[in-house]
Each structure stands twice: as C-alpha cells, then as structure tokens.
Design a protein around this ligand. Sequence first.
Ligand code: GMT
Length: 379
Amino acid sequence: MQHRKLKVGVICYPSLGGSGVVATELGLKMADKGHEMHYITSSKPFRFLDVHPNIQFHEVTIEGYAVFKYPPYDIALANCIAQVIESEKLDLLHVHYAVPHAISAILAKDMAESEIGIITTLHGTDVTILGRDPALKNTLSYGINKSDRVTAVSRSLRNETIELLHPTTAIQTIYNFIDEEKYYPRKNSHLREQLGLAPDERVIIHISNFRKVKRIPDIIESFRLIDRKHKAKLLLVGEGPEKFDLEEYTEENGLQDDILFLGKRDDLPELLSISDVMLLLSEKEAFGLVLLEAFACGVPAVATAIGGIPEVVQDGSNGFLVQLGDVQAVAARVTHLLSDPVLHQQMKEKAIQTVQEEFSSEAIVAQYEKLYYEVAAMK
Ligand code: GMT
C-alpha cells in the first residue's frame, strides 16, 4: 500500500515561528506528492504561500462566553479534529507540539471513536520549558505516551525529552528542512540601496520572534564590540515581545543609525543574500531553523553551543560556536570572518553544502512520508 495517497490532518501553531514554517512546508511537499493535507488551525498558517489543490484548511472557531475566564480553545480544537476525522476520513494526524495539540488530538480520536494514528513532533519549548513546569509536565508526558509515534527536531531535543520525561513511546529524530527553491543566494538586489547601506558596509543579521530566549541584548552588545575598522550594520528582523524595549535601548544608546529594526518581512531570502553573517545567540534552541535559511543563502553563522545548534553549526566550518553570553567571543569571531575574505568565502560555500548534504528537503520529507505510511497502516 506504499503508493496509496494519504489523508493527513495537521495541527500546528500558524503564527510566526519555526514550527509553523516546518508544518507548512512539509504539508506543501506532501501535497506535491499527491497526499491530501488538512490543516486544522485557528487561522491560516502564515506561510500558506500557494493555493494548492491538495491542501484544505479547517478553521477552529470559538465564541467568547461570559462563564469562561479563558475560552477553551483546546476543546474546540478537539471538536474540530473529531469532525474532520469523520468528514474527510483521515488516515492519520500529525500534530506539532505535544501541549496542547497532542492532547486535543487524543481527545478527538476518542470522541470520533476512531483508530486513527497520531504522530507528534516536538519542536523545543514544548519540552524545554513546559516539561519543567509542574502545572503541565504530566499532561506533556501523557500527550507523548499516547501518541503512536513521536519525533523531535534534533538529537539534543530527543535526549532532553528522554531525560526529563522518561517517555514510554520511542522518540525518533527527524531534522528540520527548508525549501531550497525559496532559499538560495539572490543576485541584483536593490535592497542595499533601500536600506541605505554604503557600498563598503558589512551586514550582520538576526531573525527571530524577539522572545527573551533569543537573547537579543547579547546580539546588540556583540555588535557594539565588533572592530570598528569594519563599517557594519545590524539588521534585526521579526516581531515579538522584546522588540519595543530593544528599540528604546537602541535609541537611548545612540545606535539607531547602525541597528535597523525591519519588522516581520516576506523577503528573507533577499535580506539574507545581502548579509555577511547571521547571529543566533539563544539560551534555548532545539534546532534553529533560521540557521538553515541563512546557510541556504550562503550566510555563515556565529551561534551559541546550545540545544540542537551544534548539530547544525559546525565550529570553524560553516560558522562558529560560542558559549552562551560570551559577547567578546562573538565579536572576535565576527571580526575574524569580516577580516578574512578567503575564510568567509570557504564558510559561505560550506554553509550551502550543509543544507544540500545534511538537511536536504527531499531526504527529510521522505522520512516523514515513511512514518506516515507506517502510522496509516496501524489503523
Ligand atoms: O524559537 C521559537 O521561539 C519558535 C519555536 C516555534 O514554535 O516555532 O521554535 C522551535 O521550533 C523550531 C522548529 O522546529 C526550532 O527551529 C526552534 O529551535 C525551536 N525553538 C526553541 O527551541 C526555542
């Protein structure tokens, strides 16, 4: 039955973040292979770029009701999943994040009185933060243990989950991927001009959702310490809770001409293509999808040796690894890269090669597809 086309229910957070990107890109690739993908989410996943005939979207709606302090979204989600299991005759569910999505899927399966299999993909903070919260730890374990298959986006996340929760379901590592047709070095960009960059000015870039875990103050501090013989600008791309304070800090310290806050952008490949180095200095990072986006555009990274990052960044090859908070080391590595064009070129090439050889979308999508068939066969 390996060639039967499958009907898959996908549950993810559609908002800005790597897990939403992976869930969407995976769906697009599976749809291209002829599988029918049903997204069951609160709003359209933000990178729903194409209107694909094999992709359908089922919106979870919930009315505000005076009795509820918090509207029970997870229950409404379960209700919607159960309806879609029945109406679309789904073969399996693929949920991204154990809490709350796996829990809603388990409840939906029970409500629909179905034997449908559930794959849960762990992305990071669902384990590294929620797994340490006594209010959610047992629920998280329940979600993992009641899933038929569990995947983690790095070996580090897999190991951390095992250490923390001692799950009864085996956890398989399936790495993240990017769409190589979207991320590649772009030429003839007018962006440098638009951003007011001088021809000799170097570009350092950070892209994230501006959460505390991203340690953006470390990025700003490292940037200040880079040898000033290099004219450089720091591009901070994205939106999130820390942004307002960081903008204020930048103004107060007179850095507003050199640090550009660009907000959420759709032209990431173009922005990356004019960049010399990416900085990712997070204190937690299960994988760091943005590193692959940078690598695919030929941008080496300086990143913290945290979580899954060392599985992506190989120190001295496609970038440099530094210890958390060591802003002096970050500045030294960036200065080194900017001063040595031969090394910079070697690292750019190695970065592109890393994506092609170790994180090819074709190989990774094939791993998920194999899993889909295994789980569908359990029904
Ligand atoms: O990093 C974030 O703040 C967003 C979060 C998410 O929900 O998308 O990212 C997590 O999943 C990504 C995709 O698998 C990983 O690349 C990120 O490393 C992971 N974030 C953390 O572990 C902090």
